[in-house]
Design a protein around this ligand. Structure first.
Ligand code: NAD
Length: 496
């Protein structure tokens, strides 16, 4: 049954929000009793006092996770049994999708329609896909001499700590939970302090689905407290992270300073979206370019934040993008018609507005947006913004803004397009629009990015590995490649 804004607001008022940490199958306050105020960016209302975990909580959760791993209750369960539990876990997410979508929207400001139709179903898919895969992954027998047997096997790595961001809170967590749990590891999840609520809620759903208590624990809290404690912990075998490049680098240092735990990083981006004059459908390309910066308020690691347009069509094309951006209206995220919600918090809004100022200062030409909206609501809304006349050396072209601010740059040749596209410390994703098959392949090969989309933006599903080149990270989420992060490879050589 379709629901109105009033329905969602009523449900929001009636919602009982769990705010405690989840360790060993139970909700509990932080050991030191600390909390932080969780505010909704929709209107600044307080959603609750969330447990602010620290070193003592990390100690407890890692100890439980280690003990449960060694017990074999999950790690040595037959893959087919783990599969069944993971599928039940996915079904739990689906059964609670409205509650989870509402929590996600209240917590981080994304439109309820997106949370309901994109985030939660995709999170459930990630869990189900990984679960379904686990009893279809075979190990290897090496090509040995006749009197020896060489086995090449994959084993769960042990205790995994997962530290995730706030832009797709549950989905980013599930890209890691899926393969990590399916492979038999124990896990401690630290959600972002800006959006901890769905992670806290799904811990209970996991236990109800049959994941043994203590195998999956959730510690809400700040990065510099509980995040750092996990990253430095000697009993954490593997640290998986999605977040900024700055923190990703810090985590590599923590691993080096502690036990050389494996560190897998999904970090920032400044992705180029390249439109050639021979694009098959310029209108479709313009609409995709608008979506690539306005969707999820531009708070997307793969946002197409640098739009590179061949100069011969640039003025016409940019006019189409500006028109398309007008359809991305900003509004209350609880209204099912809203396409652009609130930025995650005041700090992020100030950051985005600061970049808009930098665009003006550096001489870029504002063609739409550029200001805060709906200030009276008490929320943090910024209009989708487009700057033309951007040079790739400008701050708005170099740094990840993580908001709805698009920079447009012109080019005259394939070589120039590729040079500008690759002139960035990042390498997460890129788009290429052309009807010329050879050009599509040539340019896609030349782009230093983990995902390249041709004649579309942001394609792919659980079958496609996702991750970055250069300072966008290492390792891959999604697909069977994701299991590499959560397993150790063992060679067993037997003399017959
Ligand atoms: P962030 O790096 O500030 O925080 C990410 C997580 O790290 C949070 O949980 C935070 O509490 C924690 N953290 C912060 N300091 C820490 C420390 N010293 N030790 C341990 N943990 C610490 O990033 P963010 O603002 O939450 O998210 C936005 C960033 O995430 C953007 O750069 C975006 O590109 C990136 N991102 C990347 C992908 C990807 O798949 N590559 C996907 C989504 C978001």
């Amino acid at each position: 049954m379709s629901q109105t804004r009033q329905d969602w607001e009523r449900r929001a008022r009636e919602l009982r929000i769990e705010t405690r940490a989840f360790i060993d199958g139970h909700y509990r306050a932080a050991v030191e009793g600390d909390t932080f105020d969780c505010q909704s960016p929709i209107d600044g209302r307080s959603l609750g006092q969330v447990a602010s975990c620290g070193v003592a909580d990390a100690e407890l959760a890692v100890q439980v996770a280690r003990e449960r791993f060694e017990s074999g209750v999950w790690s040595r369960l037959a893959p087919v049994k783990r599969k069944q539990v993971m599928i039940r876990f996915a079904e739990q997410l689906e059964a609670h999708r409205e509650e989870l979508a509402l929590l996600e929207t209240l917590d981080m400001g994304k439109p309820i329609t997106d949370a309901l139709k994109v985030d939660i179903p995709a999170a459930a898919r990630a869990i189900r896909w990984s679960g379904e895969a686990i009893d279809k992954l075979y190990d290897e027998v090496a090509a040995t001499p006749h009197d020896e047997l060489g086995l090449v096997t994959r084993e769960p790595i042990g205790v995994v700590a997962a530290i995730v961001p706030w832009n797709f809170p549950l989905l980013m967590a599930c890209w890691k939970l899926g393969p990590a749990l399916a492979a038999g590891n124990s896990l401690v999840l630290k959600p972002s302090e800006k959006s901890p609520l769905t992670a806290i809620r799904v811990a209970q759903l996991a236990v109800e689905a049959g994941i043994p208590a203590g195998v999956f624990n959730v510690l809400p809290g700040y990065g510099h407290t509980v995040g750092k404690a996990l990253a430095l912990h000697m009993e954490v075998d593997c640290l998986v992270f999605t977040g900024s490049t700055r923190i990703a680098k810090q985590l590599m240092i923590y691993a080096g300073e502690s036990n050389m735990k494996r560190v897998w990083l999904e970090a920032g981006g400044k992705s180029p979206n390249i439109v050639f004059a021979d694009a098959p459908d310029l209108q479709a390309a313009a609409e995709a370019a608008a979506s690539a910066i306005a969707y999820n308020q531009g708070e997307v690691c793969t946002a197409g934040s640098r739009l590179l347009v061949e100069n011969s069509i640039k003025d016409d094309f940019v006019a189409r993008v500006v028109e398309a951006l007008k359809t991305w209206e900003v509004g209350c995220p609880l209204d099912p018609a809203t396409k652009v919600g609130a930025l995650v918090d005041k700090q992020q809004m100030e950051t985005v507005l600061g970049y808009i100022e930098a665009g003006h200062r550096d001489g870029a030409k504002l063609l739409c947006g550029g200001q805060r909206l709906l200030e009276d609501s008490g929320g943090t809304y910024v209009a989708p913004t487009l700057f033309d006349g951007v040079d790739n050396a400008m701050k708005i072209a170099r740094e990840e803004i993580f908001g709805p601010v698009l920079s447009v740059l012109g080019f005259d040749s394939d070589e120039e397009a590729v040079r500008i596209a690759n002139d960035t410390p990042y390498g997460l994703a890129a788009g290429v629009w052309t009807s010329n098959l050879s050009r599509a392949h040539r340019v896609a090969k030349a782009l230093r990015a983990g995902s390249v989309w041709v004649n579309q933006y942001d394609g792919g599903d659980m079958t496609a590995p996702f991750g970055g080149f250069k300072q966008s990270g290492n390792g891959r989420d999604k697909s069977l490649h994701a299991f590499d992060k959560y397993t150790e490879l063992k060679a067993t050589w037997i003399k017959l």
